[in-house]
Design a protein. Structure first.
Length: 158
């Protein structure tokens, strides 16, 4: 694969990470602003018709069960987690897109830590989404490492 193609894939993956970071920030802010009762009411409205059709609907029953145990502390944890996670990733994406040398190793470390946490969470939840996110993060780490080596190679000697 040519370097130009690898660089384009790198840019696309970084932009995807940036879009994901923005969504996390928006989700975190919304969780801070929306009450737990509003969340419960929305989920009730969404799942009501599905549960009338099939009272044992897997997704609807689990979503409803989750919101009924959704405490204020849980809401604040998720809001903080999403917002802080999103801000960190957004700063790293900006650094990578601006070719800031510090952002390459910082991104490798942060994504590595996210992978460790995602694997830990997977051991409890067995969520397929975590595996997909982890696989994407591994690919992005490889691309960042490749790009970092190229950037360092072309730095002027001091």
């Amino acid at each position: 694969m040519k370097e130009r193609q690898i660089h384009r894939i790198f840019l696309a993956s970084v932009l995807l990470k940036g879009a994901h970071a923005i969504l996390e920030c928006v989700g975190g802010i919304l969780l801070f602003l929306v009450s737990t009762s509003t969340i419960t009411n929305v989920v009730n409205a969404i799942t009501q018709e599905e549960l009338v059709e099939d009272p044992r609907d897997f997704f609807a029953t689990h979503l409803l069960e989750w919101t009924q145990s959704f405490s204020l502390e849980t809401k604040h944890f998720y809001a903080f987690y999403l917002l802080s996670h999103g801000i960190v990733k957004l700063l790293l994406v900006i650094g990578l897109l601006r070719n800031k040398l510090w952002s390459y190793p910082a991104s490798l470390v942060v994504l590595g830590l996210f992978i460790v946490y995602q694997v830990y969470r997977y051991s409890y939840t067995h969520g397929v989404g975590l595996i997909l996110l982890t696989a994407l993060d591994v690919v992005v780490i490889g691309l960042i490492w490749h790009e970092y080596r190229l950037v360092r190679k072309h730095l002027p000697l001091q």
